[in-house]
Each structure stands twice: as C-alpha cells, then as structure tokens.
Design a binder for this molecule. Structure first.
Ligand SMILES: [Zn+2]
Ligand SMILES: [Zn+2]
Length: 334
C-alpha cells in the first residue's frame, strides 16, 4: 500500500491550539438548525429534533487514511456551494486481514472460505456443500463449479484469471468458476479520494444510489454500489466475499458490498448501534442493530432516522441484501 509520510488530520492542529479537549470532542461538531415557519398566526420556531452533526475526521481509524483530511470548496448536487472534506482512504481495512474467499474443494468447511449473497435476503457460507448445491439453488444444471474427478473447486487463483473473471463481462473460459483475486495484485489496496460535505444538507427529494459508491467505511474501505449479481450469476460464477462482505477486483481493489460488522469501530455509549462509516452525503452510517439486538422501527426509505445525539443518520441493511442504505437523504458533492 502506498502511503504518504506522517498523515496528520488537519483538525488535530486546531485541537492542540485550542488546548482544550472540549474543542475536540463531538460537541463542537453539532449545530442546531432552527426551522422558522411563517403562518397566518405568525412565526413559529421548531428546534425539536432538527439538528445536523458534521462529519468528524476523528471517527476514522488512523491507518484508514493515506493522507490528512483537508477542506475544499465543493458544489453539491442541489447546486449549493459548500465546504467538503477530501478524504483519501487506503482501500484496505485498517483493522483486520482480508480473506478468505473461495473454497478449494467440495469438502471445504465454512471457516475455509467466505460468504455469498445475491440480494435475495440470504447469506450463504461458501462451503463445499454450497458448491455442490448450486444447480439446485439456482435451478439450473449448467452450474458445475468443481471437477467431478478430483473434487477440486474451479477458482480464479491467478492474476490473469482474476482479471478475466472479476468483471461484469466475464470471459467465457472462466464460466463456472468461483472468482477471487489477491490483494497483492493491487499492491495491498487501491486508495481512493472522496469529497464529502462537512455539514450534511438534507434535500427535499431523496436521490437513488444508482451505480455509484455509497460512502466510505471508518476502516478505510469503499462502500460500493450493489454487486452486479445478474451478470455474475449469468456467467455461472460466484464472486466470493470474505466474511466481512468485501472482495477484490483489479479496478476497484478491495471493496464492501454489505455491512458484516467488520467496520463498526465507533462504539456508542448509549446502546445505539456502532458507527461504521459515512455516506457520500455526509450522514453517518451505523450498524443495523442496536445493542439490544433490535433494528430501529422508524427508518425511512433511505434507512435513516433522527435522534438527539446523532441527528439524521442511517442504519445499514442486513449483509444479505447487497446494499447499505436505501437512498441518499442529503446532497452529495458533484
Ligand atoms: Zn464487487
Ligand atoms: Zn439510529
């Protein structure tokens, strides 16, 4: 992984100069938004729940970034001029080792391989039994991901085969393969730069995720658009994820397609689900379940809601769903 020397978060200097911890904790990043409504009866003021929590660079794991977070002017999708953080993530998790992905033979057990989810609400351990069961699962006898003589699974275990298979248009020779790539093929991770509004701006109309990245995880990994399941299965391949719901291709490097708990690094003190990342609109993304094991019941179509501590924020979808959030509530940088 290529890294710049001594990355220091820019706001750290502010905190040191302020010589006060109070200037460095979360309280200075929250600002109340007062909504004034003029009616026939006069002006009413509502300060009840509408406040916005700014992006906090200190939420990122230090090794998640390859350089200091800097501030620059940006134009948002709603046309507003704003201040954005430029966040350069490492493209590899700061808190665990990547892998494993594909099983090697039809007797492999769950801990010898990763997981697969196709967006149907199920997450599967890619065991040998899973490989054997593919024709039944997808109701198609063309599935044959292993050698019947040896029991060995067809795995794209070279850079050339990874390149030919870990793409939407899978080369024909790699049909009926379990697809995986080594992080070594991309020098330990592909760093990526994101512009995220420092102060999230809710928009009147939610915007769809489409085929773009969704955000960044606090441990330095991209939250990617849904995996192109139709193309993957259409080529009789399984684009195996590791147990953290990440996998590798040569263009994007290591990236997540689901929230499996591996990036939930910011534990909340009030029993709320831990924080795992930021969406591109600057709103925080938290785990699906609160500490009591329950999912909030008041999530909107973007999978977000508001509370007095975090302002508007998202709760990630279940890992089986091949998505993180339902839509963007706020404006993203253009
Ligand atoms: Zn992918
Ligand atoms: Zn919440």
């Amino acid at each position: 992984m290529r890294k710049l020397n001594a990355p220091i978060l820019a706001p750290l200097a502010v905190c040191i100069l302020a010589l006060s911890l109070a200037a460095c904790n979360g309280s200075d990043t929250q600002s109340s938004v007062v909504t004034e409504t003029t009616t026939d009866e006069g002006t009413t003021t509502d300060t009840s729940t509408d406040f916005v929590v700014e992006v906090d660079p200190f939420n990122f794991e230090s090794d998640a970034l390859i350089s200091s977070i800097t501030t620059q002017t940006c134009t948002l999708s709603n046309g507003d001029e704003a201040s954005c953080y430029k966040i350069d993530i490492a493209g590899a998790p700061s808190n665990y080792e990547i892998g494993v992905f594909c099983p090697r033979n039809i007797t492999s057990t769950a801990d010898e391989a990763g997981i697969w989810f196709d967006g149907t609400g199920e997450v599967y351990d890619i065991t040998g039994d899973f490989i054997l069961n593919l024709p039944t699962l997808y109701n198609d006898n063309h599935w044959q991901l292993y050698d019947e003589g040896t029991g060995l699974v067809n795995v794209t275990d070279t850079q050339e085969s990874c390149d030919g298979a870990a793409r939407p248009n899978v080369e024909e020779q790699y049909q009926n393969h379990c697809v995986e790539c080594s992080i070594d093929y991309v020098d330990g991770g592909i760093s990526e730069s994101f512009l995220i509004p420092i102060t999230p701006v809710a928009t009147t109309q939610n915007s769809s995720i489409g085929n773009t990245n969704v955000g960044v995880a606090l441990n330095g990994v991209v939250l990617a658009a849904p995996a192109p399941v139709e193309a993957i299965l259409g080529a009789y391949t399984i684009a195996a994820f590791d147990d953290c719901a990440g996998h590798i291709n040569l263009v994007a490097g290591y990236h997540y397609h689901g929230e499996a708990g591996c990036s939930q690094t910011q534990i909340q003190s009030d029993g709320h689900a831990a924080m795992m990342g930021y969406a591109l609109d600057g709103f925080g993304i938290f785990g699906m379940l609160n500490e009591d094991g329950l999912e909030p019941t008041d999530l909107d179509e973007c999978r977000g809601h508001t509370d007095d501590t975090r302002g508007y924020h998202y709760h990630a979808a279940d890992v089986s769903e091949n998505m993180f959030i339902g839509c963007f509530k706020g404006a993203t940088a253009r």
